[in-house]
Design a protein around this ligand. Structure first.
Ligand code: GBH
Length: 448
């Protein structure tokens, strides 16, 4: 085909999950309680009161799951480590059984020819740390450093791709600023700024752990989900307006990580609410990374208003979305989200560490799920990623969220993001139509 949408040689195709969403075995082999184990038991917080206790039972079925991945031709898998499995209290005594589990897991993956991409923190803070202040307190940094080192030391001989934190906005703002995620509190602006600061210090501690103990060829980066505005028209004025909104939204995170200090704009905005910064913090925060991970699902439309002033437009009532009220279908967000990261922060190696969609009702019909909506959405989004690569944006890989239906946080098991269907009563896995389609994409390295 003349215009076939082929991806660059060595493009990384993969799938993603996170420990708390799939593992289950929430209190097995010495695992400690996480803030999500606690939060899910607070009446009214999670749909149907669903807990993470069993999830996809991946803790026991991992070999089966990796065999299924291999069958689909998956070569790269992004997973996360459960901090409370390794340190049940967050700090103190390590749980050897936790580290042994992940060691077996990595071996099983490698045996199937699958390269691991390991996220050190995907929201499951040990409850014991939360009881001592959680992200509000420096205690979290004191605990995270040794945790990151223990994991990198244990697995670094086999794991070469590390992600420090997943989506800081979600476990900070949505967790502590009146959102719908654990621990579900509402803090002051000053505390929120401090929470963000502790998060970027932890990012730095993880980068240091990988540099010191990761061995030859180890690479590390953060996974962020910045606000990614889309220009209403692709004209210089609207593009400039969207870029301005993009840069302004990342002053607590991507900006300090890349510039090595808080910007004058941020300090002015924060005023007396600025965070307390300790000597040496920015040496950690600004340690160079090897790539930038981006989770990109959706973005708002922005245009240049009067005098070029950016104007974010509300979505009209019938704008197409998935079953997630927040997930408006905006394929161009993959183009602009990667291009702005490159232009504003100079990101040289970008990976889409998550992209995908959630639907509630995906019935099995004759042993198959006809999720044409997912196939269509992913295909359209990937077309825009292809366009970004064509325009010189250094995108090196793409991980589809998610390998299988799992615990979708406050939406419990109702919302399905997988390309593999999971029957949560029997734990039976059934590849959906989208899985077969994606398998072909990975195989041919082009949109089919
Ligand atoms: C990712 O989060 C997670 O990494 C993953 O664990 C999760 O399962 C997956 O995506 C699907 O949700 O600002 O309150 O208006 C994405 C979570 C949810 C973050 C919507 C931004 C906007 C809601 N996103 N949220 S709000």
């Amino acid at each position: 085909m003349k215009n076939d949408l082929r991806f660059p040689k060595n493009f990384v195709w993969g799938v993603a999950t996170a420990a708390p969403q799939i593992e289950g075995a929430a209190f097995e082999d010495g695992k400690g309680e996480s803030i999500w184990d606690r939060y899910s038991r607070v009446p009214g917080k999670v749909l149907n009161g669903d807990t993470l206790d069993v999830a996809c039972d991946h803790y026991h079925l991992y070999k089966h799951d990796f065999a299924l991945m291999r069958k689909l031709g998956v070569k790269h898998y992004r997973l996360s480590i459960a901090w409370p499995r390794v340190y049940p209290n967050g700090d103190g005594a390590v749980n050897p059984k936790g580290l042994e589990f992940y060691s077996r897991l990595i071996d099983a993956m490698l045996k199937e020819g699958i390269t691991p991409w390991v996220t050190l923190f995907h929201w499951d803070l040990p409850q014991s740390l939360e009881d001592r202040g959680g992200w509000r307190s420096r205690v979290v940094c004191d605990a995270f450093g040794p945790y990151a080192e223990a994991v990198v030391k244990a697995l670094g001989d086999r794991v070469k791709n590390w992600i420090t934190l997943n989506e800081v906005f979600c476990f900070t703002s949505l967790g502590y600023d009146g959102g719908d995620k654990a621990p579900g509190t509402k803090e002051t602006t000053k505390v929120m700024n401090q929470i963000y600061h502790h998060a970027i210090v932890c990012h730095g501690l993880a980068v240091r752990a990988v540099r010191q103990h990761g061995g030859k060829g180890a690479r590390v980066g953060i996974t962020d989900n910045p606000l990614c505005p889309i220009p209403v028209t692709e004209t210089p004025a609207d593009i400039a307006a969207a870029r301005k909104v993009y840069a302004g939204a990342s002053l607590r995170l991507l900006d300090p990580i890349h510039r090595g200090s808080y910007s004058p704009a941020y300090l002015k905005q924060a005023g007396a609410d600025r965070p307390e910064v300790r000597k040496g913090d920015f040496d950690l925060i600004s340690l160079p990374t090897d790539f930038l991970g981006l989770n990109i699902y959706t973005g708002p439309f922005v245009r240049a208003g009067k005098g070029g002033k950016p104007e974010t437009l509300p979505y009209p009532p019938d704008f197409p979305r998935t079953s997630c009220p927040w997930l408006y279908i905006t394929p161009q967000v993959l183009y602009w989200g990667t291009r702005f990261a490159h232009e504003v922060y100079g990101a040289k190696h970008i990976y889409i560490t998550e992209n995908g969609c959630g639907y509630d009702d995906e019935p099995l019909v004759d042993g198959e799920v006809h999720d044409l909506h997912r196939r269509d959405l992913v295909r359209n989004y990937l077309g825009e990623l292809h366009r970004a690569i064509g325009d010189g944006v250094p995108v090196r890989g793409y991980f589809l969220w998610s390998f299988m239906d799992n615990y979708e946080w406050q939406d419990g098991y109702t919302r399905r993001f997988g390309i593999i269907h999971v029957d949560f009563k029997t734990q039976k896995r059934t590849p959906k139509l989208s899985a077969k389609w994606y398998a072909q994409v990975m195989k041919e390295n082009r949109l089919v």
